[in-house]
Structure formats: structure tokens, C-alpha cells
Design a protein around this ligand. Structure first.
Ligand SMILES: Cc1cc2nc3c(=O)[nH]c(=O)nc-3n(C[C@H](O)[C@H](O)[C@H](O)COP(=O)(O)OP(=O)(O)OC[C@H]3O[C@@H](n4cnc5c(N)ncnc54)[C@H](O)[C@@H]3O)c2cc1C
Length: 462
């Protein structure tokens, strides 16, 4: 195991000074459990809309400790689990595509909303909106990429461009590129700067954040901690990938691990070879996909699946990562960018994200119990958490709005299977994806049937 400083982003920024823990039992109007983006955006919009509310945030470690301080920094418009699942949702017979199109438009706007608020509130999170760039590096990936681009081009809201190999490599010189697609609705960010800035801003608004305060159980109108209980009209569960640690919620969202490495700052001659001048976020069409960004200080941060899931829904300790995972990510880096061979890998870390059984994120409120939640974003929560925060604000204030009408609101799905089935299923799923990627890289020109079967079993769509 290596590193363990939570993430490169926190290492770069410096860990914030610790806020005090909950001093004892208390009452609030709204209690938010978890100080990641979901909890902080909810606190932000709610306090601005209703300054008279007493809002208390309870965080087991420190604000931004979870995925929000560790992610790949793609502020993107992706709808978790894909837009197609919502075509025809809400029984809208006359407007089958309308619901999904509205959701997509809301996600596009959410990317801009985060950028707007960061500018307005003086949060410098190294944001550059260079769009999202996806490469195909073998024939099977290229046919999936072309099909995906054609499908996206059927929608007014997506603005996808298909790029030839020459067009693609003139923008980002990824070795072996056969083609790429790009869309403008994505920005690169420094994740921990956004989390820490948001925490500062909500505190200045009068929200109370208590750190080192772990909630053991969420009950109607009560969040229970070893330090005391917070009673509130509404309790918001914003614990995402850590949700399995709460009593009674062990099978709600599967905690999936994802890992990243970051190189040292790369020199001008390397960047001359690679290009990447618009700071697009970079991904690929592999089943076990990679994701990357060029950081503000000219490193490459590149991520992917390491050990995807730990038996019994255990999560990592402070981002510590198996050496094998760092090696695998280093191999991807060198295959994509041979010019980086010889550059040192200075950081490696991991984080945990929440995967619902149908891979579809949700936000909701039960008005009878006052229990609210948002999460299950899989790998696309950086922007979605903002939409969740604004939606929870409307739900809690009883405002019917264009946001509360979106099809992910109050969506429910069954939980995951008990162990050992859960571990066996996820491990087999990722072995199938890895084998499918290998087959496609070495001999197949079409999508491997292994990946198709794995998609059906997992309920995952591309
Ligand atoms: C390695 C990695 C890379 C990713 N890359 C991207 C990306 O590039 N783009 C993208 O869109 N998405 C990405 N994601 C997903 C995205 O980061 C998350 O969806 C998003 O940050 C979720 O925010 P959150 O506030 O819901 O959860 P978190 O940020 O995980 O926050 C949950 C908080 O709750 C606290 N908590 C948990 N349990 C308790 C408890 N019992 N009591 C008190 N506090 C508790 C935790 O300590 C944590 O601070 C990535 C995720 C990971 C792990």
C-alpha cells in the first residue's frame, strides 16, 4: 500500500484546519449528514433560500474527505446510467423524448451553474471548460465510439463532434488513436479546491459544520452520533459511497473504488509532443475505462479501476492504494503517452463512489419521515451533486419546480445482493470487462460478447 494522504488534490492544497466536533445533542431545522459536494451544495442553496433555518452538517472526518476531494475533476454533463433510460419516463406518452431532453438540458446548465457560483463566491478551483474528449484505440472501441457519437447527435442538447484520427491527435496526441469524440459541456476542476471553497462559503452564510462526528444511524427526524443526537425536521443523507456504513443501509449502494495517479509536473518538451492545450478532460472507450486531466500545474492525473470492490463493502483508509493498482495505471499512462516514460509518478490515491443496483442516481425526500437523500452517482457526481443540492432545496421548502419534476427525483431501486454474492458478482463483472478489453485490443474488431453479458448482469448501460 502506498501514499495515504487522501489525494493529490488535498496534498497540493494543504489540509484545512480541523473544525470542532458536535459538542452534544441539539436541535436544528435541517441536519445534513456528510460534507461532500452533495451536503455542501444542499446547505448552500437552502441557506441562501431560507436564511432563517438552522442547518447543521455532520461529517465523520473533514469537509471534502470523500470522493469530492479525490475525484478525477471532470465537471461533466453526464446523466448517471445514461439518458436513454429516461426516454418515455414519467408516463409522458406525447413527450417521450422530452423528459430525457429536459434532464440533459438541466445537466448542461448545471456545469455552467457550478462555474457561475465558483466565480461569484470567489472559489478558485482551477476551472477550465475545455469540453470532454473520448478516444478509441482499437477497432471495437472505434465502432462503439462512432455508434455513441451518432446516437448523441440525435439529441439537440449534446453537441457531440466526431473527430478523425488526424483531427484527434492534433488536439491530444494519444498513441494509437483511431478516432475521438468531443463535446463542450465539461470542465476540468481541482476537486479539493471546490470542496474546501464551498465549505468556507456555507460557513460564512451561517451553516454549522461539525467534523470528526460520525453518524451511526439515521432515523426519522434524528441523526445519532457518539457525541449526541441531532433532532431536526429534515435529515439529509449525503454519504454516497460510505452509505453502506450506516445501520440498515448496508445494501443500498455498493461502494466501488476508483484510483488515480499523478505524474510530476511535465516539461515543455513533453507537452509539445502531447498537445492538450485546451485542457479537455480525456477518457477512452474501454469497458474498464480510464479518465484523465491535465492539471493546472501541468501534471497528468489519470484514473481507472484498481481493486473495484472490497468484500463486505469495506472502504479504503485515507486513500491508500495497492502498489499493483499504481502499476496498472502507470502502464495505461505510458501506453497513451509514451513521452511520459521516465517521468516520475508522484502521487497515487483512491476513493469510493456509490453504485445503485440499476446504476441510476437518485435524489428524494419522504415527506412523512423527513428523510431526504441524494447519491448513487457512480462516476459522474461532480456536476450532479449541484443539481441534487438545488433539487433537495426545493423538495425541503415544498417548492414544485422544473427541478423537482425531473425523472430521477424519488426514483427507488432494490438493494444489492447480500455477501458473498455481492463480492462474487462485482469481481466477476470487472474480470469480464478486463478480458473483453484485452480481447478487443489484441484480436476482436467488434465489442466482446463478454462485455455485453457483463452489462446485462450488472444493469449497466454505456
Ligand atoms: C476516484 C474517484 C474519481 C471520480 N471522478 C469523477 C469525475 O471525474 N467526475 C465526476 O463527475 N465524478 C467523479 N467521481 C464521483 C464524484 O466524485 C462523486 O460522485 C461526488 O464527489 C459525490 O459527492 P458526495 O458529496 O455525494 O459524496 P462524498 O464526497 O463521498 O461525501 C460524502 C461525505 O460523507 C461523509 N460521511 C460518510 N458517512 C458518514 C457518516 N456515517 N457520518 C458522517 N459523515 C459521513 C464522508 O466522510 C464524506 O465526506 C469520482 C469518484 C471517485 C472516488
Amino acid at each position: 500500500m502506498i501514499n495515504g494522504d487522501v489525494s493529490f488534490w488535498w496534498n497540493q492544497l494543504g489540509r484545512p484546519s480541523v473544525r470542532s466536533a458536535l459538542p452534544g445533542s441539539t436541535h436544528a431545522d435541517v441536519c445534513i449528514v456528510g460534507a461532500g459536494y452533495t451536503g455542501l451544495w444542499t446547505a448552500y442553496y437552502l441557506k441562501r433560500a431560507a436564511p432563517q433555518l438552522r442547518i447543521v452538517v455532520l461529517e465523520q472526518r473533514f469537509a471534502g474527505f470523500g470522493a469530492s476531494g479525490r475525484n478525477g475533476g471532470w465537471l461533466t454533463n453526464s446523466i448517471t446510467g445514461g439518458r436513454e433510460q429516461y426516454v418515455g419516463a414519467n408516463g409522458a406518452q406525447t413527450d417521450k423524448r422530452g423528459v430525457a431532453a429536459r434532464f440533459q438540458a438541466a445537466m448542461n446548465d448545471t456545469v455552467d451553474e457550478v462555474i457561475r457560483v465558483a466565480a461569484r463566491e470567489g472559489i478558485d478551483a482551477d476551472i477550465i471548460k475545455g469540453g470532454e474528449f473520448t478516444v478509441a484505440r482499437n477497432a471495437a472501441q472505434l465502432s462503439r465510439l462512432q455508434a455513441a457519437a451518432r446516437a448523441e447527435q440525435q439529441w439537440d442538447e449534446t453537441d457531440v463532434e466526431l473527430l478523425s484520427a488526424a483531427q484527434a491527435t492534433s488536439r491530444i496526441n494519444v498513441a494509437g488513436t483511431l478516432g475521438a469524440m468531443w463535446h463542450p459541456h465539461c470542465a476540468r476542476i481541482q476537486p479539493a479546491k471546490l470542496a474546501s471553497g464551498l465549505a468556507r462559503v456555507v460557513e460564512a452564510l451561517g451553516v454549522e459544520i461539525f467534523e470528526n462526528t460520525r453518524v451511526s444511524e439515521i432515523l426519522p427526524n434524528r441523526a445519532v452520533t457518539p457525541n449526541g443526537t441531532v433532532e431536526a425536521e429534515y435529515i439529509v443523507r449525503a454519504t454516497e459511497g460510505f452509505t453502506a456504513g450506516l445501520t440498515g443501509l448496508e445494501r443500498t449502494w455498493l461502494p466501488m473504488n476508483s484510483s488515480l495517479i499523478a505524474t510530476e509536473p511535465l516539461g515543455a518538451e513533453v507537452w509539445e509532443n502531447i498537445g492538450w492545450n485546451k485542457r479537455e478532460t480525456l477518457g477512452d472507450m474501454a469497458h474498464a475505462y480510464m479518465y484523465a486531466q491535465r492539471t493546472a500545474d501541468d501534471r497528468i492525473a489519470i484514473g481507472g479501476r484498481g481493486v473495484p470492490y472490497r468484500f463486505g463493502s469495506r472502504t479504503d483508509a485515507d486513500g491508500r492504494t495497492p502498489e499493483r493498482t499504481a502499476e496498472l495505471l502507470g502502464d495505461i499512462l505510458h501506453r497513451f503517452f509514451p513521452a511520459t516514460i521516465g517521468a516520475s509518478i508522484e502521487h497515487v490515491w483512491s476513493g469510493v463512489l456509490g453504485v445503485p443496483r440499476d446504476w441510476a442516481a437518485t435524489v428524494g425526500l419522504d415527506p412523512v419521515t423527513g428523510l431526504a437523500w441524494a447519491g448513487g452517482y457512480v462516476g459522474t457526481g461532480v456536476a450532479t451533486t449541484n443539481l441534487a443540492g438545488r433539487t433537495l432545496t426545493d423538495l425541503i421548502l415544498g417548492v414544485e419546480s422544473a427541478l423537482t419534476d425531473l425523472p430521477w427525483v424519488n426514483h427507488r431501486v432494490r438493494g444489492w445482493e447480500p455477501e458473498p454474492l455481492r463480492w462474487l458478482a462485482v469481481t466477476a463483472l470487472y474480470q469480464a470487462y478486463t478480458r473483453a478489453d484485452h480481447a478487443e485490443a489484441t484480436r476482436r474488431s467488434t465489442t466482446s460478447p463478454l462485455a455485453r453479458v457483463a452489462d446485462v448482469v450488472s444493469g449497466r448501460s454505456h
